[in-house]
Design a protein around this ligand. Structure first.
Ligand code: PAF
Length: 302
């Protein structure tokens, strides 16, 4: 195990990385807001696989710009000591833990990233401005670390899709890797927010992943069948206040009315359990069953 070097300032970070880059090493970045858990640890492992002995940088920064007034910015757990231990266990080289002033020296920036229409749906609908804050801080971190690879969790699927889109649309030249969601044995997706659930809510929260799995199991029969199965599963769930349940294209755009057999898509859910808002998603392959293909062929022939 090696102890990661802790950098609080931009200058320290830039110096540390310059030395590593000078010898031709590739740099990986895992952006986080701290309160690290096994889900984050898996991102660090993916980063390590991508850069071998090159530096893995973990940033820990609770970004005020992505929280609206009244959201849980103050309630967000800050656990730097425990986070550093986890980074050490995972062989992280550099932890960048800047203050708000270090990241936003002049307050909120005059220029920010406009995330476009994909940020107005799903999470963006209930959290206006959230993705502008996320993309702005991510682009700042890219500017400071200048990573070859950046690893994000698939659990925040809309965030991942928007970051991919930003990197493509703004030609940022970073290889964005989406790492698989880590789950508890009963299926609950790991999240820093799970700690806000009491015992009963923790049991109820598993309904989110069950709902997605129910859809996944019958997705070969198409979108409507999959959504019906998911809704039937949800009707049995107690204490779950649904916000959305949707199937979209993998880049989060809308699917066409008729999807060809074998279309890769994504099913996403958001719900409140008690006062805690949880999200989850799974990949889904639509319309591959022989029955679905027959139906499609008939439609084509008529
Ligand atoms: O997913 C998160 O933890 C944050 O949204 C991120 C990407 C670190 C930006 O603050």
């Amino acid at each position: 195990m090696r102890v990661p070097v802790l950098a609080h300032s931009r200058a320290e970070l830039i110096d540390l990385l310059a030395a590593r880059r000078a010898v031709g090493e590739r740099v990986a970045l895992v952006p986080t807001m701290g309160a690290l858990h096994e889900g984050h640890a898996s991102l660090m492992r993916v980063a390590r696989e991508r850069v071998g002995s090159g530096p893995v940088v973990v940033s820990i920064f609770v970004n005020p710009m992505q929280f609206a007034a009244g959201e849980d910015l103050d309630r967000y757990p800050r656990t730097l000591e425990a986070d550093l231990k986890l980074c050490e266990r995972e062989g992280v080289d550099i932890v960048f833990a800047p203050s708000v002033d270090e990241v936003y020296p002049g307050g909120e920036p005059l220029v920010s990233v406009e995330p476009g229409r994909l940020a107005t749906v799903l999470e963006g609908k209930t959290r206006p401005g959230h993705f502008r804050g996320v993309l702005t801080v991510v682009v700042k971190l890219f500017g400071l670390v200048r990573p070859d690879v950046a690893v994000f969790g698939q659990k925040d699927y809309q965030q991942l899709a928007l970051i991919r889109r930003m990197v493509t649309d703004l030609c940022l030249g970073v290889d964005v890797v989406g790492a698989a969601t880590q789950r508890e044995p009963d299926g609950l997706a790991l999240s820093s927010r799970n700690q806000f659930l009491d015992g009963e809510q923790r049991q109820q929260a598993v309904a989110l992943s069950r709902t997605l799995r129910a859809a996944q199991e019958v997705s070969e029969y198409g979108t409507e069948v999959a959504l019906d199965a998911a809704r039937a599963e949800l009707r049995q769930a107690e204490g779950v206040d649904l916000d959305y349940l949707v199937i979209t294209a993998t880049d989060l755009t809308e699917l066409p009315a008729e999807v060809p057999a074998g279309t890769e898509a994504r099913i996403l859910i958001a719900a409140r359990v008690g006062t805690t808002r949880l999200i989850d998603n799974l990949p889904i392959t639509l319309g591959t069953s022989p029955e679905a293909r027959v139906t499609e062929a008939r439609k084509g022939a008529s």
